[in-house]
Write a protein that binds this ligand. Structure first.
Ligand SMILES: NC(=O)c1ccc[n+]([C@@H]2O[C@H](COP(=O)([O-])OP(=O)(O)OC[C@H]3O[C@@H](n4cnc5c(N)ncnc54)[C@H](OP(=O)(O)O)[C@@H]3O)[C@@H](O)[C@H]2O)c1
Length: 253
């Protein structure tokens, strides 16, 4: 699974999504994160075909709206919109306590039929992962959760790494809100990098997959320049300390 992907939430279907995915693939991204809820799977599929890249070179994730009872029917619709025979990763978009176990067993079957190469979950905390584990032989391959220096969910991250679950960070730029933080901007200036690169590199150095969203060509390109520098341990610690989540919410994770 490529550690950098393009997130396409809140991109309008049509030109905006197609253009962004096209730029991302040009810039070297090989991983696109969409969802049936984003209503732009069709545009993601169009851009993938337009790129001419072989199917197996691009990692495509989509997500099941957990309010639907038939994961098979929903994945069939997503595949049809994407114009693909399979997705690389199919996620339950968020937990629904009474339904997650049942949906999970349906996802297992979809994986067995080759319609999803891997299956996982999103917005699951440790308790929900543990509940899922009690009813299944197969743990999720991935947990996609909100994660940035301002939401450093260390216990959940440690748990996922111990369990062999890939930890995937959504909103890794804190939806753009983290980029003006003076600690981030000072570090970026010192290292000659953009604030977004600093936040994304921090995630990657924590062994996390990051999926920043941008519809802007220049930002899509610069957000991918993450592999020619490294943050020192002391800088990682400075960023770790930005965590704004309080002790009570930390205890719940
Ligand atoms: N599973 C879930 O429940 C869930 C929830 C939320 C998100 N996600 C996924 O995670 C992806 C990313 O999260 P997100 O969209 O919430 O937020 P994000 O990636 O943290 O931030 C996106 C915002 O940052 C701006 N931005 C991007 N690069 C920038 C740069 N270099 N300089 C300045 N601004 C920059 C974007 O604006 P421009 O477009 O104008 O550049 C946009 O406003 C989503 O697209 C989606 O795929 C999943």
């Amino acid at each position: 699974m490529p550690v950098l992907g393009l997130g396409v939430w809140q991109m309008a279907a049509g030109a905006e999504t197609e253009q962004a995915v096209e730029w991302a693939l040009e810039a070297g991204y090989r991983h696109i994160d969409t969802a049936s809820m984003y209503r732009n799977e069709q545009s993601v599929g169009a851009a993938l075909r337009q790129s001419g890249l072989p199917r197996e070179q691009v990692f495509v994730t989509t997500k099941l709206l957990p309010t639907h009872m038939s994961a098979a029917r929903e994945l069939e619709k997503s595949l049809s919109r994407l114009g693909l025979d399979y997705v690389d990763l199919y996620l339950i978009h968020w937990p629904l306590p009474l339904l997650s176990g049942r949906l999970w067993r349906q996802l297992e079957s979809l994986q067995e039929h080759g319609l999803a190469q891997a299956i996982g979950v999103s917005n699951f905390g440790r308790d929900r992962l543990e509940t899922l584990r009690r009813g299944t032989s197969r743990m999720p391959a991935v947990d996609q959760v909100q994660f940035s220096p301002f939401r450093y969910r260390r216990r959940l991250l440690d748990y996922c790494l111990e369990q062999g679950i890939v930890f995937e960070a959504y909103s890794p730029l804190e939806r753009g809100q983290g980029l003006q933080d003076t600690t981030i901007t000072a570090l970026a200036a010192r290292l000659g990098r953009t604030p977004a690169q600093i936040m994304l590199r921090w995630g990657i150095q924590h062994q996390v997959v990051v999926i920043p969203k941008s519809s802007n060509k220049e930002r899509i390109y610069s957000n991918a320049q993450l592999f020619d520098f490294e943050l020192a341990d002391t800088d990682m610690q400075i960023l770790d300390a930005l965590d704004r989540t309080n002790a009570s919410s930390r205890a719940r994770r």
